[in-house]
Design a protein around this ligand. Structure first.
Ligand SMILES: Cc1cc2nc3c(=O)[nH]c(=O)nc-3n(C[C@H](O)[C@H](O)[C@H](O)COP(=O)(O)OP(=O)(O)OC[C@H]3O[C@@H](n4cnc5c(N)ncnc54)[C@H](O)[C@@H]3O)c2cc1C
Length: 489
């Protein structure tokens, strides 16, 4: 067994782990990162932007949201069901974290809002060449990794931490296994930071702790390696459990928009048209289709967590030839020229996610929607489109323009989806891990997704960039705090 020693060991070299490693090393502490995958970054290689408030970029753009306002918005959103001191510290630090990242060479393209009614807090990361979009946050990970190496951080890739070593109540290191060399590694340390990205890649835990059935009523991203290891390790070391939820968005396709065709279907399925549940009833105001959190939550409380967005031929033709009703910033398509062809292809591939039917009866048969309920709802909805008045949900007349009249009818199956999970390890406002009795486990810290309980029961869409924002800031804070802890020895 190989054995090394370092002041701090970071379990997981993803977003928050790399931020923690750099922050601790900047304080002069020796740091070792142990990462399961072949590269650093984890989920941080997938996204676009991170939250900050009162940053220089915001001030330059006359975005005047203050730290105090952001704090009040967050705490109102989560109903104060979160550690308010941690929330405040994170928000207060967020602007300086943008400077900190820029100092390492991270490029930001813009500050945007991603959801209707949301504030301009999402700082979009770009590649050095100016690419901004899915996975551009990998450029931030690259800069953090280079900085960590420059600061002398030791990094072990393809190495999985298997257990936390403790002596009495104190953490003293980890035991890990190098999946490449098949050798064991012992890292002795005075402090330990757990940053393993939650349990989005663990369907069994998703079922056990959130009640969703992965692949059936939950189509979440499974970032390889995020199997809840750090949460389990912390619990084994005496940590208390915190609330565990899905980080809700919603999607229709099983491939989660990885191919162009899946993206096209996702966009078409998120248009603000008639949406019914399996009873054939409307259950929400479809003009909210562009709010992932609300739509995901509304779907999650329907029968089988399954609903259908239904259009007719006239609407399908309109989307192919004229354009869409809603254009999404992250998937900025204005038309889907071959919508019907894509749907037919999916049907021919045997995918039970889109349907084309010559009658409502046939559509009900294909989808298992209650036929009588569907007929009544279509009649009611068409009347609302005709009069411009939706008595059930007061949908804006602007979106009451697509009645369901002309066959064939097209339907998209929608189920809740998620970026991953949130929560699991109880921490205090210093990111110190707590027992179930709220006692600090000396030297043990947790960050990012494993420790994120800031939103109450749903992702805080109103302040966009929040999960990556919390990951980077909590990592930075834990790195600084752990460094201070080891310097007390
Ligand atoms: C497609 C997608 C897009 C997203 N876009 C955004 C966005 O634009 N803005 C935003 O705010 N949020 C976004 N998010 C969420 C955000 O990226 C995550 O919340 C954040 O990156 C999580 O950071 P983390 O440090 O907690 O975990 P991660 O970055 O996932 O890091 C965890 C690391 O731990 C490693 N690990 C796990 N177990 C072990 C073990 N036993 N031993 C060693 N290593 C281990 C993993 O391999 C991984 O590298 C997105 C998520 C997804 C899936």
């Amino acid at each position: 067994m190989a054995e090394i020693s370092s002041d701090i060991v970071v379990v997981g070299g993803g977003t928050s782990g790399m931020a923690a490693a750099v922050a601790a090393a900047e304080k002069g502490t020796s740091v070792t990162v142990v990462e399961k995958a072949a590269t650093t970054g984890g989920t941080g290689n997938m996204g676009i932007g991170l939250f900050a408030v009162e940053s220089k970029m915001q001030k330059e753009r006359n975005i005047n949201l203050t730290r105090g306002e952001a704090f009040r918005i967050l705490m109102t959103y989560n109903h104060w069901k979160a550690d308010a001191r941690l929330a405040k510290k994170y928000i207060d630090k967020s602007a300086s974290t943008i400077d900190w990242l820029q100092g390492m060479g991270v490029k930001f393209a813009n500050v945007i809002s991603t959801d209707p009614g949301a504030y301009m807090t999402d700082h979009e990361i770009s590649s050095p060449e100016g690419y901004v979009g899915p996975q551009s946050s990998a450029n931030m990970i690259k800069c953090l990794t280079v900085k960590a190496r420059d600061l002398g951080v030791k990094m072990f890739l393809r190495t999985t931490v298997k257990s936390i070593l403790k002596s009495q109540n104190q953490v003293i290191g980890v035991l890990a296994y190098n999946n490449n060399t098949e050798e064991e590694l012992r890292v002795n340390s005075k402090a330990l930071i757990i940053s393993t990205g939650g349990f989005g890649d663990n369907p069994e835990w998703i079922k056990k702790y959130t009640g969703f059935n992965w692949g059936r009523d939950m189509l979440s991203f499974r970032i390889p390696g995020c199997t809840g290891d750090g949460i389990r390790l912390a619990w084994e070391a005496g940590a208390g459990a915190s609330e565990m939820i899905m980080h809700m968005i919603y999607v229709c396709t099983e491939g989660l928009g990885e191919t162009t065709q899946e993206v096209d279907l996702t966009i078409a399925s998120r248009q603000p048209n008639l949406v019914v549940n399996l009873l054939g009833e409307r259950f929400f105001n479809e003009e909210m289709m562009d709010n992932n959190t609300f739509t995901g939550n509304a779907i999650a409380v329907q029968k089988d967590r399954t609903v259908f967005n239904i259009i007719d031929k006239a609407t399908k033709d309109h989307y192919e030839q004229e354009g869409l009703d809603l254009v999404y910033g992250v998937m900025p398509k204005t038309k889907i020229e071959s919508l019907e062809a894509i749907m037919k292809k999916m049907i021919n591939q045997g995918k039970d996610i889109v349907y084309i039917a010559d009658s409502l009866e046939q559509l009900a048969e294909q989808t298992d929607i209650d036929y009588e309920g569907l007929v009544n709802t279509v009649e009611e909805y068409n009347k609302a489109c005709e009069t411009g008045c939706d008595e059930i949900f007061e949908k804006s007349p602007k979106y009451l323009c697509r009645p369901v009249i002309q066959p064939p009818f097209y339907a998209f199956k929608l189920r809740p989806g998620a970026y991953g999970t949130l929560g699991g390890i109880k921490v205090n406002h210093k990111l110190e891990v707590l027992t179930k009795n709220y006692e600090v486990i000396p030297g043990l810290y947790a960050t990012g997704t494993d420790a994120n309980n800031l939103y109450g029961d749903s992702y805080c869409f109103i302040l966009p960039g929040h999960t990556m924002g919390f990951a980077v800031n909590s990592g930075r804070m834990a790195g600084e705090n752990a460094s201070e802890f080891v310097n007390r020895f």
